[in-house]
Design a protein around this ligand. Sequence first.
Ligand code: 9YT
Length: 126
Amino acid sequence: MIVRTLKEAENSDRRVVTKTWESTRMLLKEDNMGFSFHITTIYANTETHIWYQNHLESVYCMSGNGEIETLKDGKIYPIEAGTLYILDKHDEHLLRGGSEDMKMACVFNPPLNGKEVHDENGVYPL
Ligand code: 9YT
């Protein structure tokens, strides 16, 4: 069994910080679970272009507020505590932080290696 705390993970190289979000990767490919698990903060009043062409992701909002816009059809979905969105079609999207930081629990399949940040197209490599 593996047991980790967010506190210890945040104080290690599991924490990745960018301009619009930060993410603590609590469970990674090296753990051989077939998925990775992250606690991510989307900073308030930001916009991030994301297109996970190589990954499926589910994102559960624990606190804060924001919205997601799917670029294929221009639909906008509000996000608040209790909202789960599921990128089951590798949906290209804009993720916007609202008036408060959003705390999210994220699951990736296939799992991330650990250090990924988005490239200029909002993609993580495999
Ligand atoms: C919700 C989302 O996709 N945020 C971007 C960061 C990502 N969740 C990650 O790398 O943990």
